[in-house]
Design a protein around this ligand. Structure first.
Ligand code: NAD
Length: 254
């Protein structure tokens, strides 16, 4: 734990689901963690929860699709701490479902912005501060949908995550000369608010997805946070441009 004292990690979309679990794990690893989110009240509540555990964390509210807000907020964090060691581009989501024939341009742009533009904005803003970091790293989130083009109506989500796969490798190439590593995790089906709609309308269908997973269960946020912790650590210092699947073998089927 003490090896990470003074290290600064920024986690986007960190007030729920996988993002909060990652923030909590990095806190317990000894990092000072900046949790980003959209809802300030939720952010403050989560900071209090972490403080109650004795962790050092702060909240930075901004919309990851708002270029100006992302740039100024990341700059403010970087200037406050003099560096950023870890950027976790966790924020993302389906944004709804739409088939191509009826898909509006607005929907297309919204989903691309949430999953892909956000990674570009936050990474670009963080680079000057990552250059001052200690074994600095960026961790992105792709998905099985990047390979299988997504479930019904999730074609643009899959397209955006395929873009995240590519930008992860492109950033890794571009930033290698500064010693900045860039990797991605690809969660399988993880039980978070991401699946809130199907869980509330068809809980039996959601539960049955476990039958298609080699390890016979859905993933939990903790299954992802440990891998993010590893990728951020010195133990991963020779790993860059990689994507780690965290799906209990889901990508291969059973
Ligand atoms: P989640 O819905 O619980 O969390 C997403 C978080 O992003 C929320 O806290 C939300 O408030 C935040 N967010 C959404 N739009 C935002 C915006 N514009 N600005 C800032 N924050 C915003 O879902 P999750 O499952 O924890 O997802 C985390 C990441 O994992 C996402 O990138 C998602 O695509 C990816 N993923 C999840 C699964 C899964 O099965 N849960 C599978 C593959 C990939």
């Amino acid at each position: 734990m003490s090896t990470n004292k003074g290290r600064v990690a920024v986690v986007t979309g960190a007030t729920s689901g996988i993002g909060f679990e990652v923030a909590k794990r990095l806190c317990s690893d000894g990092y000072t963690v900046i949790l980003n989110g959209l809802h300030d009240d939720k952010g403050e509540e989560k900071i209090k929860e972490l403080a109650d555990h004795g962790f050092t964390a702060e909240y930075s509210g901004f919309d990851v699709t708002n270029e100006e807000a992302v740039s100024s907020s990341i700059k403010a964090i970087g200037e406050k701490y003099g560096k950023i060691d870890v950027l976790v581009n966790n924020a993302g989501g389906l944004g709804g479902r739409s088939r191509f024939e009826e898909m509006t341009t607005e929907f297309y742009k919204k989903v691309m912005a949430l999953n892909l533009d956000s990674v570009f904005y936050a990474s670009r803003a963080a680079i000057p501060f990552l250059k001052k970091g200690e074994h600095p790293t960026i961790i992105n989130y792709t998905s099985n949908a990047a390979w299988n083009a997504g479930g019904p109506g999730a074609g643009i989500y899959g397209t955006s995550k395929a873009g995240v796969h590519a930008i992860t490798r492109a950033l890794a190439k571009d930033l290698a000369e500064y010693g900045i590593r860039v990797n991605a995790v690809s969660p399988g089906t993880i039980d978070t608010p991401f699946h809130a709609q199907i869980k509330s309308t068809k809980p039996e269908v959601f539960a049955s997805w476990a039958n298609n997973i080699m390890l016979g269960r859905l993933g939990q946020p903790e299954d992802v946070s440990g891998v993010v912790s590893f990728l951020a650590s010195k133990d991963a210092s020779f790993i860059t441009a990689e994507t780690i699947q965290i799906g209990g073998g889901q990508a291969l089927g059973i």
